[in-house]
Design a protein around this ligand. Structure first.
Ligand code: AMP
Length: 395
């Protein structure tokens, strides 16, 4: 990063990859979110001020440039008499409790190499975003590297609701996933799509990295699927439509997701699907990769057979996801173990229960093709009769 204005310094200084001069794979679209931009993005996309009389639109308009917004960045405090829209819930003190017991300060070469060391902040010793910038609310869940809380930004920031995700640096280093985290941050912070969870910014202290994420009001899709067993055709079709649109956006940016599965999907406040995890994403323009990754049930034949793979892996996963939504389990699952699942994937042993109608069968079959190039393109998925049938007229 060559020039930064004072308000962007904190974000710039803590940007995990910014002080990595030897970063072997700088991304073409890694424009850093400046502090001003973070505020703008919060204003545009984050859940609204719970006390505001008129909340801003929650549905982002991807075509409208940020600069064209007319909303002030720091509006007047909302009248206290107005009815709360969204409460953040009661804080359980978990962040402090956990921080006492968990993780260690990451120092020295590892921290410097990762630029995760807070001593790296030399330009501006008072970072704009710290844990004190937020009123902490209820716990939203526990992840592999730390907890996630519902939070509200405190004055002088305009109050917005977010999900704050904590990650323990020492555990990231221990698991050797620093690069994966950096990649997740680099990718996610540059994406703007209504069905992709926004990453507004991040900051860190000596032990933790904090990700400021869009709050997915209706939680995990996986929980919904477990609760209902399967989804109706209408609901499945709406989700697949949104997934196809989001994947199409990602592929247009040369990003392959590679880990599409219900566990990585969240549901927004208006019931819309949100891709929420970029841990396995790869930014690979014209680049075919051979790393085996992802969950076995969602892996395409070319990956289980350890062949080179490209963006078509996401089309396969979309077919598996659609099957799981409608039927309640992934198509090649084999309870006898991974080896059998592997064989079923490689042979494309696809069977449908009798209740699955012709249109969804057709779409799934066209996505679950052994040959990657034969899989139905996202453009064609978006105009498939089963997708069009359930798409609202105004969508
Ligand atoms: P993760 O570390 O991403 O696995 O998150 C742990 C849990 O926190 C998830 O299973 C969700 O229940 C919850 N969670 C994570 N991110 C969000 C979010 N942006 N909005 C709402 N809940 C979230």
């Amino acid at each position: 990063m060559t020039s930064i204005n004072p308000v962007t310094r904190q974000i710039a200084d803590i940007h995990i990859s910014s002080s990595q001069p030897t970063n072997p794979r700088p991304l073409g679209h890694t424009k850093q979110p400046s502090q001003t931009n973070v505020t703008k993005l919060l204003t545009k996309y984050a859940a609204p001020n719970p006390h505001a009389a008129k909340p801003p639109s929650r549905v982002p308009s991807p075509t409208k440039p940020l600069a064209s917004r007319s909303k002030p960045v720091d509006p007047q405090p909302a009248p206290s008499s107005s009815k709360p829209v969204l409460e953040i819930g009661k804080y359980d003190g978990g962040l402090e409790l956990e921080n006492e017991e968990r993780g260690t300060v990451v120092e020295g070469a590892a921290a410097r190499a990762l630029a995760l060391d807070s001593s790296m902040i030399q330009v501006n010793p008072t970072p704009k975003w710290t844990l004190h910038s937020f009123e902490i609310g209820r716990p939203l869940g526990k992840g592999r590297f730390g907890r996630v809380y519902m939070v509200r930004t405190k004055p002088p920031h305009t109050p917005y609701i977010l999900a704050l995700k904590t990650l323990y640096k020492s555990e990231i280093v221990q698991e050797g996933v620093e690069k994966q985290l950096r990649r997740e941050i680099e990718i996610q912070q540059n994406l703007r799509h209504p069905n992709i969870l926004r990453l507004y910014g991040y900051f860190h202290d000596s032990k933790r990295v904090f990700l400021m994420l869009e709050f997915a009001g209706k939680g995990e899709l996986y929980k919904q699927l477990s609760k209902h067993g399967s989804f109706s055709e209408r609901r499945s079709s709406r989700y697949i439509d949104q997934m196809a649109d989001a994947l199409s956006y990602l592929h247009s940016k040369h990003i392959i997701h590679r880990d599409i599965k219900p566990e990585n999907l969240l549901i927004g406040i208006n019931g819309e699907l949100k891709i929420g995890d970029f841990g396995w994403s790869v930014h690979a323009p014209g680049n075919r990769r051979k790393t085996l990754c992802g969950t076995l049930d969602y892996l395409p034949p070319e990956m289980v057979e350890n062949k080179a793979h490209g963006a078509h892996v996401d089309l396969w996963a979309l077919g598996v996801l659609m099957y799981e939504f409608l039927i309640g389990n992934p198509p090649f699952e084999d309870r006898r173990g991974a080896k059998n699942t592997y064989l079923r994937i490689a042979r494309v042993e696809l069977h449908f229960p009798a209740h699955v109608s012709a249109e969804p069968r057709d779409l799934i079959t066209k996505l679950l093709q052994y040959e990657p190039e034969k899989r139905l393109s996202l453009t064609k998925v978006l105009v498939h009769p089963w997708i069009i049938r359930y798409r609202p007229k105004d969508a």
